[in-house]
Design a binder for this molecule. Structure first.
Ligand code: ADP
Ligand code: MG
Length: 731
């Protein structure tokens, strides 16, 4: 076996599971070890500082800057005891992932050149100015101020990675525009809190705060590091641009929930151990549908916090995977022909009194509140179905959404038969029978009873992009590599705006003299009718649904750059502005970035595909072809021309097929380059992205088709790129 591919493959096969570094024992002993959580705050902060800080966090109040020094001093002592020497403001720019710029704690004690001391002041904790001018800002920063600054988000605790104290921050321009995901997320969460509290007050005056909760489920693939390094496409784009399907892939369904391979199990164990040290309550791990595909999920948490944890775990995953000789693929579609990866966002709202607003209540009073919130969620998704799709759409996720795979590119809501039946009953009821007053003058949902445990909880409709699952909605269209904030900003804003509309409508009726129960009933009934188009419990993958959804007026657009237009429609602008989440200018700037990112991703993929076609595929195919030609030629020497051509029948066919496919690859690649050149001349980001989508992307499948056919006929030993069967079945 001289071939390089065989070498990396056999190396990969030989790898054994590494020992797990987890000490075992009680998880609680090391849980949160690297986080400046409440236990650390109690220990390292003065009583006064602790009280002020936690009160501000719990009530979502702005923090009194004067306590920053006290907090910084406490954080520094803790961090230094943990061996940290640096600190960083950790933020979420509009690229993928997180960004950080490390600074050491050292400062001159006195005059320049003299001895140094370790220092970390409140000022350094509260605000910093990363030289971040090359982060995308959609032109906002360049026209106003050159730089942005980061500011501490006290609601998410600081943590230590290696030797660095990381402080979660927002990232804003000097003119106040938001340049990140966290800032608008915090605003959207504030908006939904306020709007939901107001609506809760119809039912319970004691509610003071409503939390938005997020439970993410992270899907991912693992690939052996050696094989990964031998695939330029994986290395540079995160997905395979070519590769024939493996004879066996997921058809037997033998991977899903199967026994976890040992080497993977060791990785998972280490990952969990590391996650626990960061207060991330990882709960679930299992094999996913595709070979080498897995999932991990923590217990849900408050949304801002949960999102920070997801971003952190994505970084940790990459680190731990390498330790185990793997690379983790977070791309939405690393392999053609098998399932892609998503990140289901389980979303709910809950009050400070401990009531889940999407949890069916124990009493008819609680159920009235439950129905109110479910119906408002329906309306929010209905009115904003295009926007919600835009919030999860990327070049990568386009391979899942709408491309013969879960979930479809049309947003609809699955409610299940029991909740649907309740809504149907309400829709057909009269106000006297729907909501009645009990002896204590409390409103009750009288028309229908809702069992506490819903059967539909188990009757999962896996094809729905937005499904009610018993006590929450599961937004399944989110991509595996995404920052969940993008979807959570859109969803929580939509819900906030919807709840405000609801309250205004109900209050107007009350002001006109109607009783509270009648006013509530009438608006709920009207919403049930109005939002019907969004409800769909059938098969979301079917062609009939696509036709039906179009008839219902749901957004069916599939072109990524065009989908982003949903952010800047008059309705979206009005909604975001009225909540103070985004200004029109910010929405426009963020779309510029989305278009630019889309173009760049496709551009990189197109280059890599072209390079691989010319450098990896054509030379190998030509070499094999010349081997065949050599054979035919020698046969003519032995048998004479006519006899030899007869004998070499299939070889001559192969030679011809290889020639034809090589010619096609060459001409298609040339056309691809040309299409790119034309698109590159376009100035406007939107039009350029549209050109990339319409004129560049179509070449990908055509070129791939020819290459994958060659893979099937060229000598296995000559083929240099690891094949699907190797990438997917080696643990
Ligand atoms: P499944 O794969 O069956 O959908 P998982 O157990 O993998 O379920 O993940 C479900 C996720 O939903 C978990 O993160 C869980 O903590 C979260 N979750 C459960 N209840 C709620 C809720 N009320 N609000 C938000 N997330 C929730
Ligand atoms: Mg799920």
């Amino acid at each position: 076996m001289s071939n390089l591919r065989f070498k990396v493959v056999s190396e990969a096969f030989k790898k054994k599971a590494l020992a797990v570094t987890s000490p075992g024992g009680m998880t609680s002993e090391y849980y949160g070890k690297y986080v400046f959580n409440r236990e650390k705050m109690i220990k390292y902060l003065s009583k006064e500082t602790y009280k002020t800080l936690t009160k501000a966090i719990d009530n979502g109040e702005t923090l009194d800057r004067t306590i920053a020094n006290g907090v910084a001093a406490g954080m520094k002592s803790w961090a230094m005891e943990m061996g940290a020497t640096h600190y960083t403001h950790w933020f979420q720019p509009l690229t993928e992932g997180t960004a950080e710029k490390h600074d050491s704690f050292i400062e001159y004690a006195g005059m320049p050149g003299g001895p140094v001391i370790e220092e970390f002041s409140g000022k350094l904790l509260a605000q910093a100015e990363p030289d971040a001018s090359s982060f995308p800002s959609g032109g906002i920063r360049s026209t106003f101020e050159a730089r942005g600054y980061t500011a501490w988000d006290p609601s998410s605790p600081a943590f230590i990675v290696d030797d660095t104290l990381c402080i979660p921050t927002v990232f804003i321009s000097y003119t106040g525009e938001q340049l990140d995901y966290k800032t608008p997320l915090l605003k959207a969460l504030g908006a939904v809190d306020k709007a939901a509290v107001d609506v809760c007050h119809y039912f319970d005056a004691s509610v003071k705060k409503v939390f938005s909760y997020l439970g993410w489920e992270q899907e991912y693939f693992l690939v052996d590091e050696g094989l990964y390094a031998a695939r330029p496409d994986l290395l540079l784009t995160g997905r395979t641009l070519i590769g024939h399907e493996s004879a066996k892939n997921q058809q037997l369904d033998d991977h899903y929930f199967g026994a976890i391979p040992q080497r993977v199990q060791a990785f998972m164990r280490d990952l969990e151990f590391e996650g626990y040290k960061y207060n991330i309550p990882l709960k679930t791990r299992h094999n996913e549908v595709a070979p080498n595909q897995f999932e991990l999920a923590p217990i849900f948490n408050e949304t801002n916090f949960a999102n920070d944890q997801n971003l952190l775990i994505m970084t940790i995953m990459e680190k731990i995977a390498r330790k185990h000789g793997f690379r983790v693929l977070l791309h939405e579609k690393p392999f053609a022909g098998i399932n892609g990866s998503g990140k289901h966002n389980n979303w709910s709202l809950g009050t400070n009194t401990g009531v889940g607003l999407f949890t069916p209540g124990k009493t008819p009073e609680e159920n009235l509140q439950f129905v109110t919130f479910v119906v408002n969620a329906l309306m929010a998704v209905y009115k904003n179905n295009a926007l919600l799709k835009a919030s999860v759409m990327t070049a990568q996720n386009a391979h899942r959404l709408g491309a013969n795979e879960a979930p479809p590119a049309i947003i609809s809501v699955f409610l299940g038969s029991q909740i649907s039946a309740v809504l149907d009953k309400l829709e057909n009821a009269t106000s006297e029978e729907a909501i009645i007053m009990d002896s204590k003058k409390k409103m009750k949902l009288a028309v229908a009873t809702i069992p506490e445990l819903l059967i539909d909880n188990t009757d999962r409709n896996r094809t729905s992009p937005f499904a009610f699952t018993g006590n929450r909605f599961e937004f399944r269209a989110v991509g595996s590599s995404a920052n969940c904030a993008c979807a959570m900003i859109a969803l929580n804003s939509a819900m906030a705006a919807q709840l405000k509309d609801f309250k205004a409508a109900v209050d107007a009726k009350i002001a006109a003299g109607e009783s509270k129960s009648k006013a509530l009933f009438e608006v709920i009934k009207q919403y049930i009718k109005e939002s019907k188009a969004i409800r769909f419990d059938g098969n979301g993958y079917s062609d009939e649904w696509k036709a039906e959804a179009a008839k219902r007026g749901l957004n069916c657009e599939t072109s990524v750059p065009v989908i982003y237009d949903a952010y800047t429609t008059p309705e979206s602008v009005k909604m975001f502005e009225s909540l103070g989440v985004f200004s029109k200018r910010e929405l426009e700037a963020r779309n510029e970035i989305k278009w630019e990112t889309y173009t760049k991703k496709i551009q990189i993929e197109a280059r890599v595909l072209g390079d691989m076609a010319i450098n990896n595929i054509i030379p190998v195919a030509t070499r094999y072809q010349s081997l065949l030609l050599d054979n035919v030629y020698k046969m003519t020497q032995v048998y004479g021309k006519d006899e030899a051509l007869k004998l070499a029948g299939t070889d001559s066919d192969l030679i011809r097929e290889i020639s034809e496919r090589i010619a096609k690859i060459k001409s298609l690649t040339a056309e691809l380059v040309e299409a790119r050149k034309v698109a590159n001349k376009i100035e406007a980001e939107r039009e350029k992205a549209v050109a990339y989508h319409d004129t560049v992307v179509p070449f990908f499948d055509k070129i791939r088709y020819e290459i994958d056919k060659l893979e099937m006929i060229v000598d296995d030993e000559m083929w240099t790129l690891p094949k699907y069967r190797e990438l997917l079945f080696i643990r």
